[in-house]
Design a protein. Structure first.
Length: 106
C-alpha cells in the first residue's frame, strides 16, 4: 500500500483485523483531496467518522461519493447505492473505490 495509508493506520492505532477501517483509510489515503482533509472526515481521538463533513461545499461530487462509499464500507452509516458510488467517479477514483470494496470484502 502507500505511505499515506500506513500513516493513517498507525495514527489510528487500529487492529490489523479491522477491515472496515482499512477500506475507509484506503479511500482517504489514495485520493489526495480527501487525504488533505482527513481530519475533517475522521476523528482519530474518538476513532470515528464525521458524517457532517459531507455538508462541506468544497467537496466535488466525486469526492463526496468516495466519502459516502468509505463511510458505508466502514459502518453502513451512509447509505450508498452502486449508482451513487460510481456515477461521479473518474477512472482513477473508480479504481480506488473498487480496491476499497475488495479490501472490505476479501
Amino acid at each position: 500500500m502507500s505511505d499515506k495509508y500506513n500513516e493513517l493506520i498507525t495514527r489510528d492505532q487500529m487492529q490489523e483485523s479491522d477491515i472496515e477501517r482499512k477500506a475507509l483509510f484506503y479511500i482517504l489515503a489514495m485520493n489526495q483531496s480527501l487525504y488533505d482533509m482527513v481530519d475533517e472526515i475522521y476523528d482519530f481521538k474518538e476513532h470515528a467518522i464525521k458524517p457532517n463533513c459531507l455538508k462541506k461545499s468544497k467537496l466535488t461530487s466525486g469526492t463526496r461519493a468516495l466519502i459516502k462509499l468509505g463511510f458505508n464500507l466502514y459502518n453502513n452509516r451512509c447509505k450508498a447505492t452502486v449508482y451513487d458510488s460510481f456515477v461521479y467517479l473518474d477512472e482513477r477514483n473508480m479504481k480506488i473505490a473498487l480496491e476499497a470494496i475488495r479490501i472490505r470484502f476479501e
